[in-house]
Ligand binder design. Structure first.
Ligand SMILES: *[C@@H]1O[C@H](CO)[C@@H](O)[C@H](O)[C@H]1NC(C)=O
Ligand SMILES: *[C@@H]1O[C@H](CO)[C@@H](O)[C@H](O)[C@H]1NC(C)=O
Ligand SMILES: *[C@@H]1O[C@H](CO)[C@@H](O)[C@H](O)[C@H]1NC(C)=O
Ligand SMILES: *[C@@H]1O[C@H](CO)[C@@H](O)[C@H](O)[C@H]1NC(C)=O
Length: 686
């Protein structure tokens, strides 16, 4: 029988498309990765292009945290954003956050794949309630706010981007009119991470023509204002040749790291202080660490083409091109923040002397300005070997104890003392060894590409033994991504100075392992926490009331609840300890409620905050305490307690090994939510 090879090829392509939609991926478990979910109570996320391009399975991800007892999808003030205390200025006051994820195709010493992970975050000032965008007022200021302020939003729709007439803004008037229109189209209810301007710049900027694109053709989509020539913009890449848009993410920046342009989101705004993407860690092969660190924007200034006029961003990514375009090749500083009320070099130097985690410098923000400012730089990113993981498996790394892939991140220190809102992203980048991924460039694009789409290979010369490979050159070399919801970084209180702070959180969501997959069931992160006597631990969790109906779990359907209760026996037992008996409570003090007694703290953590303490104290009115309670009593499965709880920051003294559990979710043979805290005297740990 004669096979119609075209039909076969089409079927294979279809199959390839179906398969790629199926099960690749990276899923972040702490902070909880959204995978573009917001608050939908369906198994699949509603919109895979809401904020960023994850390339992940539609079923993954966690919803945004919720404050109360019931789903409240319409009101952003009822969302719960995790509140981490940042690091302090000194060498000892470090705040630790375990970033945890699992990815599907292997990494580290796995010989089947070459890979790297990149961890980054982006922050801005939290500001006041008035700074949170609302409504659709057309004033310039409101429009800018909606186009800039990072938020989870309450709608799963993607923001709209309005492009130029005929794809060009010929004059300042045209540009300004379009931006006004574009701002008016951006709504307060939709989520936003990158800014509108960031994407607009991306769309104007030319794609890097030196990159390896295999046999993918990337059509020009723009016409240059100055020479009328067609060019492809950086919204198009080998992985995204059609230029599909996800939120306001720039596809080229997404696919490549370190990126060659400054990732600043627009002109410096003294009030919002929006940072570029700050590099935390590169985990991969370590032989290129020097290059990675040298090219991290944290440390290495980057240039972009600045034009005169209302639209100040040009198309060129080289100095020569920029000059030809009539622009200036301007160097930009990356910053964690700019200390607006520091007005002299001397004062700025003082901050530099006090800040041990990074440097604070007195410099202009860009090379075409001579206004010097006090700039807080980000620390040098970590560059380490990636952990080894298996293919086709969202499992643990071989470590003791076993746990998912993790990076121990130190949260930043912001000398301004401002509360920040931030988002964290982890990318997972895999390539094959069919070409040298780091040294293959545009000269082998097209016909000389070392790889082609679904090639048919003849296994015996001259005989009809042909096999067809499943190769998609848009995904041969591919980046996956997950991002957190918005979280806050709070300044430390004075009594946290000089102390290590460990974050202890809950991962997972309602449902059994099958209903949840590729997300996970409840557990504490880190499940084993080692700390020194005198260190701080911040116990906090975010849950929601918007799980899909009917998922296995305890208490009210569709809801998450957690609590923290010491156990009576070892980790393999199931009963909690009586509060008055548990040793742990004798050794703790709360820094977030300094006049709370150990009993107050124990009662509040056991009741997920339903009772703010045993007795009334400063942060706990009598009627919300256990002894003075005037409401119904706490329901035994925590149904009437809130889904999220900001908890306490505790100092733990002495030494000991403590086992704790969540009384609601722990359900032997079905679910386990228990953890260990090991406290050692400082001397012992050295
Ligand atoms: C529980 O949530 C409600 C509704 O958001 C809020 O008013 C209340 O303060 C929360 N209680 C605690 C203990 O956080
Ligand atoms: C992914 O790897 C390729 C090949 O090494 C590299 O060119 C690209 O910049 C990497 N992208 C990311 C996001 O790490
Ligand atoms: C424990 O889990 C199983 C399976 O999800 C469930 O059927 C059972 O009701 C749970 N027990 C309680 C007390 O909720
Ligand atoms: C665990 O789940 C099974 C079935 O899902 C159920 O029969 C059993 O009672 C559950 N265990 C507990 C403690 O509820």
């Amino acid at each position: 029988m004669q096979l119609n090879s075209k039909a076969v090829k089409m079927q294979l392509t279809l199959l390839a498309i179906l398969l790629t939609g199926c099960c690749a991926d990276i899923f972040m478990t702490n902070p909880k990765g959204s995978n573009n979910r917001l608050n939908e109570n369906t198994n699949n996320r509603a919109n895979g292009a809401r904020l960023f391009d994850s390339q992940n399975n539609n079923k993954g991800g966690y919803n945004v945290g919720e404050r109360g007892v019931e789903a409240n999808n319409e009101d952003h003030t009822q969302q719960y954003q995790m509140e981490y205390y940042g690091s302090g200025p000194g060498r000892e006051d470090k705040s630790h956050l375990v970033v945890e994820w699992a990815h599907q195709h292997g990494c580290g010493d796995n010989p089947k794949v070459r890979c790297n992970n990149v961890i980054q975050y982006m922050c801005m000032n939290q500001g006041s309630d008035q700074d949170y965008p609302a409504g659709n007022e057309e004033s310039e200021e409101e429009g800018k706010k909606r186009a800039n302020y990072m938020r989870d939003g309450t709608s799963t729709e993607r923001q709209v981007h309005i492009q130029g007439l005929g794809r060009l803004d010929k004059s300042d008037e045209e540009y300004l009119a379009r931006v006004a229109k574009a701002h008016a189209a951006i709504t307060a209810e939709k989520g936003l991470q990158e800014s509108f301007l960031w994407y607009d710049m991306c769309k104007y900027r030319e794609a890097n023509a030196g990159l390896f694109r295999a046999d993918q053709t990337i059509e020009g989509d723009r016409k240059s204002n100055f020479d009328g020539k067609k060019y492809a913009s950086s919204r198009k890449t080998r992985q995204n040749p059609g230029g599909a848009r996800s939120g306001f993410e720039c596809p080229e920046e997404r696919d490549y790291y370190p990126y060659w342009q400054p990732t600043l989101q627009g002109p410096y705004d003294p009030k919002l202080q929006r940072t570029p993407w700050i590099d935390v860690a590169y985990l991969g092969e370590t032989d290129n660490c020097d290059d990675i660190i040298k090219n991290s924007f944290n440390r290495h200034n980057k240039h972009r083409c600045v034009l005169v006029g209302a639209r100040d961003y040009g198309k060129s990514i080289t100095e020569e091109g920029c000059q030809a375009e009539g622009g200036k090749w301007v160097e930009f500083e990356s910053y964690l923040e700019v200390l607006e009320n520091v007005n002299s070099k001397e004062e700025c130097k003082q901050f530099d002397a006090e800040t041990k985690s990074s440097s604070v410098v007195w410099r202009p923000l860009r090379s075409d300005s001579d206004v010097e400012r006090c700039i807080v730089k980000a620390p040098t990113p970590a560059c380490q070997k990636a952990a080894t993981t298996r293919n086709n498996h969202l499992g643990n790394v071989p470590d003791s104890p076993l746990h998912s892939t993790r990076f121990h991140m130190q949260l930043p220190y912001f000398p301004s003392g401002e509360t920040k809102r931030c988002v964290l992203r982890v990318r997972y980048n895999i390539t094959t060894g069919d070409y040298d991924p780091r040294n293959t460039f545009a000269d082998v694009n097209g016909d000389s590409s070392p790889v082609t789409n679904d090639p048919t290979i003849s296994l015996l010369k001259g005989e009809p033994l042909d096999v067809t490979l499943a190769i998609n050159t848009a995904q041969f070399g591919r980046t996956f991504q997950d991002r957190s919801h918005i979280f806050k970084i709070l300044p430390r209180s004075d009594d946290m100075a000089g102390k290590h702070l460990h974050n202890l959180n809950v991962r997972g969501q309602r449902g059994n392992i099958v209903q949840n997959f590729p997300s996970v069931e409840y557990d504490f992160v880190p499940d084993v926490l080692r700390m020194n006597s005198g260190d701080l631990v911040h116990i906090q969790w975010a849950g929601y009331n918007t799980n899909p109906a009917g998922r296995a779990g305890e208490g009210t359907d569709a809801t998450d609840r957690s609590n923290f209760v010491l156990m009576a026996g070892d980790l393999d037992t199931s009963y909690p300890d009586i509060i008055d008996k548990a040793e742990f409570w004798k050794n703790v003090k709360s820094l977030t409620a300094p006049d709370a007694s150990p009993k107050d703290i124990a009662v509040s953590l056991a009741s997920a905050g339903y009772y703010c303490g045993h007795n009334a104290h400063k942060t706990c009115p009598a009627e919300l305490s256990l002894s003075g309670n005037t409401r119904e009593v706490l329901q035994g499965q925590l149904n009437n307690a809130n889904a999220s709880y900001s908890g306490h920051v505790l100092t733990v003294s002495g030494s000991g090994k403590y086992f704790y559990m969540c009384t609601r979710n722990n359900n032997f043979t079905n679910r386990s939510q228990k953890g260990t805290i090991i406290v050692v005297e400082k001397e012992d740990s050295s």
